[in-house]
Design a binder for this molecule. Structure first.
Ligand code: GLY
Length: 462
């Protein structure tokens, strides 16, 4: 974890924003896979990590904004538990590492909350995404589980989002540590993806790299020769000559900051001419989008720019009949690029998404568009220095979508369906990097990861 003063400062900022009441943060519990002692790898809640840094299960924190006190609730291990786990630092010891000296056993949370409620004080808490934490909040507040969501604190959400959105240099350093592991994962995939190998073998090699560096994946690996399925996580296919594989993967840093990188690689060593053409279009869209990133620019405009650039390239290949701007305005680009250009990145791969996408990516003035394609744009608002986000355009030929729209002649004034038909078994290409918005522009984070056609082929064709 960082030094205690960082967490102390963050909580000070939070108290200033919230102004009065109590702030209740639930850490995560162990989550059983099939019985209590056989749990999924523990992952702490990201906001708990951000404000307290304590990477252990079964902790709760209560900040009394009016009194200026902070308490960590938890239980020291019994001797029976130590027999199985070995010795562990005490609650008092771990609390001091985050700059908090007041600790209480877990069974003292409810009386503290009850007392505050009797005094009609506001108890701020964040949206919950784990059922067990929803039940705990319901029990602490004597409300039904279904009411937990209704009572979340928008003031707290906004305060947390404001702080977590802007990454400090120490945080981007963590993301860059994660990116170095991602680089190794990507290179290994380029070296090993060959005809006759299953996707899962490559996914396994990449996960092994993360685990052997003492960390875990930031999200389930998407490694697929069916890259047209945006989140294809099965990894079941046998790769063959001529396939291209989308490799969207990332590791966490030891402090749980995420990396998220996509490269698309030719399984047989070299891209075909058709693949090269689409690859160059996606790459140009990505580079054009990145070049336009700077504080003050709305990300929805960067998204639109990427879409126009994609369609300009597809027009040269004859797939688009009109001006790319007109086609994007109408929404015709969503036959090829169905999702958003990117998302915030930090302690979560979709950073802070559990707090509600509208708070992360939108504002009171910039509302989500609900049309197909646009509805999956996670980030639309103006960028600020310190934001870290992904830029990940793609071109995806989804046979089911092509068939549906071509039979309806949807957007037929913009799209040349006869030409599109020649790509129906193409798959997809996505290229993604992680970007820091700087005072004057932006910077691609992390070490260089082969991206241009010749750089990728130099490894895949070895
Ligand atoms: N890289 C996976 C995602 O952005 O959802």
């Amino acid at each position: 974890m960082f030094s205690a003063d960082i967490y102390i400062e963050r909580r000070k900022g939070l108290r200033a924003d919230i102004q009065s009441g109590l702030i209740l943060f639930l850490g995560n519990q162990e989550s059983p896979m099939n019985y209590a002692a056989n749990a999924y790898p523990f992952r702490q809640d990201s906001s708990f990590l951000y404000f307290f840094g304590l990477d252990k299960p079964n902790l709760t924190a209560l900040i009394d904004v009016d009194e200026g006190t902070e308490t960590i609730f938890g239980d020291d291990l019994t001797i029976d538990e130590i027999v199985w786990t070995g010795p562990q630092p005490s609650l008092q010891e771990i609390s001091l590492t985050t700059g908090i000296s007041k600790t209480e056993p877990s069974n003292k949370i409810k009386p503290s909350i009850d007392k505050a409620r009797r005094q009609n004080r506001t108890i701020h808490y964040l949206p919950q995404y784990r059922p067990e934490n929803t039940l705990i909040i319901a029990q602490l507040l004597d409300i039904e589980p279904a009411e937990v969501t209704d009572n979340v604190s928008e003031t707290l959400i906004r305060a947390v989002v404001t702080q977590r959105s802007k990454k400090s240099p120490k945080e981007t350093e963590q993301i860059e540590i994660a990116l170095e592991i991602s680089r190794q994962m990507q290179i290994a995939a380029m070296e090993k993806a060959r005809p006759g190998i299953y996707e899962k073998e490559i996914a396994g090699v990449m996960e092994g790299i993360a685990v052997s560096r003492g960390v875990r994946l930031a999200f389930p690996t998407i490694f697929s020769i069916h890259g047209e399925t945006l989140h294809n996580i099965g990894c079941k296919n046998l790769m063959k000559e001529g396939d291209i594989a989308v490799n969207d993967s990332g590791a966490e840093s030891p402090m749980h900051y995420a990396s998220d990188i996509t490269r698309t690689i030719p399984v047989g060593g070299k891209f075909t001419q058709q693949q090269r053409e689409i690859y160059q279009i996606v790459l140009k869209a990505q580079e054009t989008a990145i070049a336009a990133i700077k504080p003050g620019v709305e990300f929805r405009d960067i998204h639109r720019l990427a879409c126009v650039t994609l369609l300009a390239g597809l027009k040269e290949l004859g797939l688009i009949k009109t001006s790319p701007e007109e086609a994007v305005e109408a929404g015709a680009h969503t036959l090829f690029f169905q999702c958003g250009l990117g998302h915030m990145l930090g302690l979560d791969v979709h950073d802070m998404e559990a707090l509600g996408e509208e708070f992360i990516g939108y504002t009171d003035k910039i509302k989500r568009r609900m049309e197909f394609g646009w509805q999956w744009l996670r980030l639309a608002k103006a960028l600020e220095a310190g934001y870290v986000l992904t830029v990940e355009p793609g071109v995806y030929f989804i046979p089911e979508l092509i068939d549906r729209w071509s039979s309806e002649q949807k957007f037929s004034e913009f799209i040349n369906y006869n030409k599109v038909e020649k790509y129906r078994s193409f798959g997809g290409i996505r290229i993604e990097d992680d970007i820091l918005v700087t005072d004057n522009g932006c910077r691609i984070l992390g070490p260089k990861i082969p991206k241009h056609l010749n750089e990728v082929e130099a490894i895949t064709s070895k």
